[in-house]
Design a binder for this molecule. Structure first.
Ligand SMILES: [Zn+2]
Length: 485
């Protein structure tokens, strides 16, 4: 995209979120959807830098928790995929490589739809005794492939970026402790650092990862009121150890099957939430630590001042403790302001002849756009101060938005009425989150044009009262419902 044709967003976020989202993805140069293969996008430099920041945070956290990095191939042999098939049910979405050159492959291989079927056969070779446990490994900056019907950048793709941990323990107790640690990583990275609010759910039994004993997910709401699942943590029990023949010799000399967990923060989904929840009508807004450039310096000059202003800008850049770009392109200052606001650069510094002669700078914050004059020697502390204001603003705004978007319904009519005017989480009484509640969940979905049961709050489930919103039997749970991506 030529910079000079990069006009602002032509719709308001509150009026047409879907169009607003598409325009931000394109105009902030996060992704290019013109690659020409459906469901496959180019991660553009600005967007890829933000994704890398999220990856760095996750890598840091899991390595603090003693995970070792590894990198598995992109392809999986059929036999291994089949072993999971009875559990996972990915079959309709799997891409197969069937030819090499013009020759038919002797053995077809699949593009990985998830990590378990490639990693666990190797675990069955690596894990021998209790001395090998716990075993904690992770893969980062990889892709996953699923033949999805509808696709949307950072929400659903046929190729999407992935991060996964896969852990093995000798006892179920240790596995459950790991689940809590994984949840804490979501709290630290997604809630604290990315400032994305979420509710943590225990999924109902019919909606957990197939083959998992329990699935826990932090879910947020996009501005159109749809649920966005940001990560998942699975307690796999011994199900996969059985399917992939993972065994260890315990201290007592007996051969035993270990317990497993896996954790997959959705890199793409976190990115979609950053865009959708924090952004405004001028484009992206990023928490200070996630911005690929934290400060942009815009020189403002007539020809006679050009040299002195640019020199001053470059000296300023050298003196900053933050990542900074001096935009000395030919475009007008007004164009530059819009362009960097679109990309969500937290702080702009304007420098003209007046600033040069008075040894000052003008600092402008992305969110409130207040202009603050500050002495050159104080610029680092002023930026820090403004960065804190920005982060607080983002956090408060997203918390308020999230709080205002949970409602209650006592019966199906009320739920339907709420979902007509509004989407978001609706709390309802429900009969069961085990197998026998599935029929009610199906009926609910059918009668409400696709509302799903997200699950019960975790770790503290709310006390149930009233009757199931669908079958009218005494409710055992309060569940959250929402439309989903
Ligand atoms: Zn029911």
């Amino acid at each position: 995209m030529s910079k000079e044709t990069n006009e602002g967003i032509t719709v308001k976020k509150s009026e047409d979120f879907s169009e607003w989202y598409s325009q931000v993805v394109q105009k902030a140069e996060l992704a290019d959807i013109r690659y020409g293969v459906q469901g496959f996008i180019v991660h553009s430099p600005w967007g890829f830098r933000i994704l890398r920041k999220i990856y760095e945070m996750l890598e840091h956290e899991v390595e603090l928790d003693n995970h070792e990095p590894f990198l598995f191939p992109l392809v999986i042999k059929k036999e291994n995929l089949d072993k999971e098939e009875e559990h996972a049910g990915f079959a309709p979405e799997v891409f197969w490589i069937t030819k090499s050159g013009s020759k038919k492959m002797e053995e077809e291989v699949a593009l990985r739809p998830t990590g378990e079927t490639q990693i666990y056969p190797m675990y069955s070779l690596w894990i021998r005794s209790y001395n090998d446990l716990p075993y904690k490994g992770y893969q980062s900056r990889i892709c996953t492939y699923r033949s999805e019907k509808t696709t949307r950048p950072f929400l659903r793709g046929r190729e999407f970026m992935f991060f996964e941990t896969h852990d093995v323990f000798s006892t179920h107790k240790e596995a459950l402790t790991q689940v809590e640690k994984d949840i804490k990583i979501s709290e630290d990275v997604i809630r604290k650092q990315c400032k994305i609010p979420f509710l943590l759910f225990k999924r109902p039994s019919w909606d957990k990862f197939k083959g998992a004993s329990n699935t826990f997910t932090p879910d947020t709401l996009m501005p159109d009121g749809k649920r966005n699942q940001l990560a998942s943590t699975h307690d796999l029990g011994q199900n996969f150890a059985k399917a992939f023949d993972i065994n260890f010799q315990d201290k007592d000399g007996k051969k035993k099957q270990p317990f497993q967990t896996c954790y997959g923060p959705g890199i793409w989904r976190i990115m979609a939430a950053l865009i959708g929840i924090h952004g405004d009508d001028n484009g992206l807004i990023l928490p200070f630590d996630l911005a690929p450039k934290q400060v942009v310096v815009v020189p403002i000059f007539k020809d006679k001042d050009k040299k002195s202003v640019l020199n001053y800008c470059n000296e300023l850049k050298e003196s900053l403790n933050f990542s900074c770009i001096v935009d000395d392109s030919e475009a007008t200052p007004g164009f530059k302001y819009n362009n960097w606001e679109m990309k969500g650069v937290p702080i702009r510094i304007e420098v003209g002849p007046k600033e040069v002669s008075s040894k000052t700078v003008t600092v402008v914050l992305r969110t409130n756009r207040n202009k603050i004059q500050t002495k050159l020697k104080d610029v680092n502390s002023e930026i820090k101060k403004q960065a804190d204001i920005l982060d607080k603003e983002i956090e408060n705004k997203s918390k308020t938005y999230f709080k205002d978007n949970t409602h209650d319904a006592k019966d199906l009519d009320e739920l339907k009425r709420i979902m007509k005017s509004y989407r978001g989480f609706v709390r309802v009484p429900f009969c069961s989150v085990d197998k026998d509640g599935e029929a009610c969940a199906d009926k609910l979905k059918e009668q409400t044009d696709g509302v799903n049961v997200c699950g019960t709050l975790y770790p503290k489930e709310e006390k149930a009262s009233g009757n199931c919103i669908v079958c009218n039997k005494k409710a055992k749970h309060i569940v959250y419902t929402a439309k989903s991506y």
